[in-house]
Design a binder for this molecule. Structure first.
Ligand SMILES: Nc1nc2c(c(=O)[nH]1)N[C@H]1C(S)=C(S)[C@@H](COP(=O)(O)OP(=O)(O)OC[C@H]3O[C@@H](n4cnc5c(=O)[nH]c(N)nc54)[C@H](O)[C@@H]3O)O[C@H]1N2
Ligand SMILES: Nc1nc2c(c(=O)[nH]1)N[C@H]1C(S)=C(S)[C@@H](COP(=O)(O)OP(=O)(O)OC[C@H]3O[C@@H](n4cnc5c(=O)[nH]c(N)nc54)[C@H](O)[C@@H]3O)O[C@H]1N2
Ligand SMILES: [Mo]
Length: 777
């Protein structure tokens, strides 16, 4: 039985490595986006579709969660947003014929790229026990199979309801209601693997687990620190905002082990300036930090500021600290105790450089720190982010214009899903209100997050796994363990737009429920419905799909959940009471319930009319901190950073320019100079030499993790070594091919996020290695 991303039979003979470009976006980006769009959906549909992205009364881009600018370009458009749209709006189809032609064994041998390229799912499909093929089913049969299995559970905690972050607010709200109606809080989500560390750190210190800045704040900041984020690929529209800030005089500092193209120079395809001239150099300073060195970096800045404060004063915003914070002394003691030698060792940056950065921060009037996965996917991520907050609090850089924290979210509605209650430990106030609204008693015991869910599945404690979108088996860590865990369930159910590995590595039985996507027209109860989403800056707005759906009787996520709920709860006295049919035929009725249950959504329907949006309350933004003390919390954190054993490398797993998480659009990574392959590992030239390798060698990546009875090894096979500008000792390779290396037990303290940016590996040269040269002259 095939396990893990299949390595054998993958042909990467076309792999070539050249030099990385010195700028991002520009005209080539538009050309690449158009090529892919036209290949997937033809010329007319491409034009019609791309003009609707992020326009008022259009649909929300399924790409990322970066907010729209107030004055929108005709096409509020970016290359990777266009690719995400094309991927969904494709004219290719996966229906009963496809499944008849491809056995499960055949599909298991394919990689994520091939699976994703096959097109949109059109029909409910069932995989019976021991069957070799999926078979088509009616909606009623498919939903009955799921409902029957859920009703047969002895204990509702034997079910797990996963959510990926594209799900609309309306669907997410009903989905969590269904899980809690059944009696479980087992609601893991992609956020557990993503920004959970941000949520944990910000809730503790600021009282709200979200960012505090608006897009205007970005424009108005005079110092922007972009740490652990690759916006040129993953949030390209953010570059326009950074460009605007720079035109107003802002300084941008990029903190990253890799010199990412988008951070170096940005050519805005929407301004003549960007196309004709050389574009804007985005980062004024590039701080090439060692993997996991960020806590040290922010401590160093804080230490510098406090040393100057002690000598000359005038650095710390005393009035703010006095009136709005607690814990200042703890923080001061912690950074006083840390040695400059350790800060240098952890960051790889000499103390002069650290102090110069401290001077930049000291001189700035308004500072914002933006971050993404480079800061959240480490063992000490929560402590790192607490130290980000500490640094900002010193100068009162919270709750005033042009200043604050900006965790840049991934999936387009991941933040909204959490607001709607997709969380294994929602607070009592939410649960009580939910119970009152629907006349039932929601469970209070905390549920499983993603890693806990995998453990429970592995141990045979879960009988039904349901995924509302996403690709659980590929996105989760420790692929072999996760796949075996999935196979122990009795039934796995995927609500999906496209085929992926979670449809072919399944429970004993499996159901595929195909679903409408963000771009598809959604007609229910005789009228066109819209849904809502929340962006990275807590702004909520409507999204309405316009395209003809891939199949006529495709259901929406909302309809799938209401129909399942009706089946689950019709004859149960202790279940939530709702008019399931009515909710399906009019999503405004779902929004009315949301308005009653979720704080900040009063007059919901009215506030999203005519393309309007509204921002959710955020105490920290107004210095009304919603912590128990009513103040922001400084914290004293011991310095942590990864130690790399002799002869080993520290590996980060990251995204190429040609993928959306586990959806691989193509095998190029233009901004890093890679073409035609993904099984590459980026290594510092000195490490290549000291490990006795040469560039182009084929190696296995072997991770080492201390288990109960000695070191446990995990292996990802057949990667070509590429010399790259990364700190010595640090390496990088693509996700999800490398998820097989991330041990399930290697998680961040407090948040439980898998440490995808911090895996100790050794490189083992393959004996039957391929030696064809890959480097272009
Ligand atoms: N086109 C496209 N857009 C996307 C996605 C996609 O896959 N494709 N995914 C979406 C999702 S869900 C998310 S969460 C976001 C992800 O957005 P990113 O977080 O930008 O994604 P990654 O590719 O994981 O990149 C991590 C970045 O952090 C750097 N880094 C790694 N470790 C460290 C460290 O220890 N310190 C510092 N300072 N930097 C470090 C890496 O070099 C890299 O530049 O993007 C979203 N948008
Ligand atoms: N090693 C490593 N692992 C990681 C990461 C990393 O950086 N390194 N990053 C982590 C992060 S940040 C995240 S967010 C997770 C992502 O984890 P997931 O969100 O689970 O994965 P995706 O690849 O985004 O899911 C793609 C699938 O979602 C389905 N889909 C797309 N649109 C829709 C829709 O509108 N509705 C429904 N119902 N389904 C839809 C399609 O079937 C598609 O195949 O992965 C995590 N895993
Ligand atoms: Mo994410």
């Amino acid at each position: 039985m095939a396990t893990g991303a299949p390595a054998d039979g993958i042909d990467e003979s076309e792999l070539r490595v050249g030099s990385a470009p010195s700028s991002a976006v520009g005209v080539p980006a538009v050309r690449h986006a158009m090529q892919m769009s036209v290949a997937q959906m033809g010329v007319l549909r491409s034009a019609r579709t791309l003009l609707r992205v992020n326009q008022k009364d259009g649909f929300d881009c399924p790409g990322c969660a970066w907010p729209e600018e107030e004055r929108r370009h005709i096409a509020e458009f970016c290359e990777n947003g266009a690719k995400a749209v094309a991927e969904e709006a494709t004219l290719r189809r996966v229906g009963p014929d496809f499944f008849a032609a491809h056995s499960l064994a055949d599909l298991q041998g394919r990689d994520d790229y091939w699976l994703g390229q096959q097109g949109r799912l059109t029909d409910p499909m069932i995989l019976d026990e021991d069957a070799t093929h999926y078979r088509p089913a009616s909606w009623d049969e498919a939903l009955d199979v799921v409902a029957d299995e859920l009703r047969a559970l002895e204990d509702p905690d034997e079910a797990v309801f996963y959510t990926s972050g594209r799900t609309s607010n309306e669907a997410a709200f009903l989905y969590q209601l269904m899980a809690r109606g059944l009696g479980t809080n087992n609601l893991p989500d992609c956020s557990n693997m993503c920004h959970e560390s941000s949520g944990s750190a910000l809730t503790q210190t600021l009282g709200v687990g979200k960012g505090t800045v608006s897009i205007e704040d970005i424009h108005d900041a005079d110092l922007l620190i972009i740490a652990g984020q690759n916006p040129g690929t993953n949030h390209p529209r953010m570059l326009s905002a950074l460009e605007k800030a720079k035109r107003r005089g802002a300084t941008v500092v990029a903190v990253n082990p890799l010199p990412e193209a988008g951070l170096k120079r940005f050519k805005n395809p929407q301004t003549a300036h960007g196309v004709i001239a050389g574009g804007t150099a985005i980062a004024d300073e590039f701080v090439q930090i060692r993997l996991g060195g960020d806590q040290a970096l922010f401590q160093a800045i804080g230490k510098h500021l406090l040393e100057i404060e002690a000598r000359e004063g005038g650095v710390v915003d005393r009035a703010f600290v006095e009136a709005h914070t607690v814990g200042f002394d703890d923080y001061r003691a912690a950074v006083a105790a840390v040695a400059w030698d350790d800060l240098e060792e952890a960051t790889g940056i000499p103390r002069d450089g650290l102090r110069m950065l401290g001077e930049r921060v000291r001189a700035a009037e308004r500072t914002i720190v933006c971050w993404a996965m480079g800061l959240t996917q480490h063992k000490h991520s929560v402590a790192t982010l607490r130290d980000v907050v500490n640094m900002l609090l010193l100068q009162g850089n919270l709750g005033r214009p042009g200043a604050g924290v900006c965790p840049v979210r991934g999936h387009s509605n991941v933040q909204g899903d959490r607001t709607m209650g997709i969380y294994e430990k929602m607070p009592e106030a939410f649960l009580a209100t939910l119970g009152a609204e629907f006349g039932f008693d929601p469970p209070r015991a905390h549920g499983f997050d993603t890693v806990a869910a995998i453990r429970a599945m592995r141990d045979g404690a879960v009988r039904v796994f349901m995924g509302m979108g996403g690709n659980f088996v590929s996105a989760a860590p420790d692929t072999r363990v996760t796949e075996a865990a999935m196979r122990r369930t009795r039934l796995s159910v995927q609500v999906s737009t496209k085929l992926n590995r979670s449809h072919v590595v399944t429970g004993r039985r499996a159901v595929i429920l195909p679903v409408l996507g963000r771009t598809d027209r959604d007609t229910r109860g005789g009228r066109e419905q819209r849904v809502t989403v929340e962006d990275s800056m807590s702004s909520v707005h409507a999204s309405r799909g316009r395209l003809r759906p891939p199949a006529d009787d495709l259901l929406s996520e909302v309809a799938i959940v209401t129909r399942l709920s009706a089946r689950l709860f019709a004859d149960r006295a202790d279940a939530p009471r709702a008019d399931w049919e009515g909710l399906e035929s009019d999503y405004a009725r779902v929004r009315r319930h949301i308005a009653h249950v979720v704080p900040g959504f009063d007059r919901f329907e009215e506030r999203i009319e005519k393309g309007r949006s509204f921002r959710l309350p955020n105490g920290a933004r107004d210095r009304a901190f919603t912590t128990p003390s009513g103040r922001a919390h400084f914290t004293g954190n011991a310095l942590q950073y990864p130690r790399i054993p002799q002869g080993r490398l520290l590996l980060q797993t990251l995204r190429s320019h040609d993928q959306y998480n586990t959806t691989v659009y193509g095998k190029d990574d233009r901004y890093r100079g890679v073409r035609g392959g993904r099984r590459v590992v980026f290594v510092h030239p000195a490490d290549i030499a000291s490990l006795g390798l040469i560039e182009g060698d084929q190696v296995d990546l072997v991770s080492e993790w201390p288990g109960e009875s000695g070191v446990v090894e995990r292996r990802a096979e057949g990667f070509r070594v590429v010399a790259y500008d990364t700190p010595a000792g640090n390496a990088a390779a693509y996700y999800p091919e490398t998820n097989v290396l991330v041990p399930l037990d290697s998680v961040a303290d407090v948040s439980g996020t898998p440490t995808s940016k911090c895996v100790i590996v050794r490189l083992e040269r393959r004996r039957s290695a391929v030696h064809a040269p890959i480097v272009e002259g």
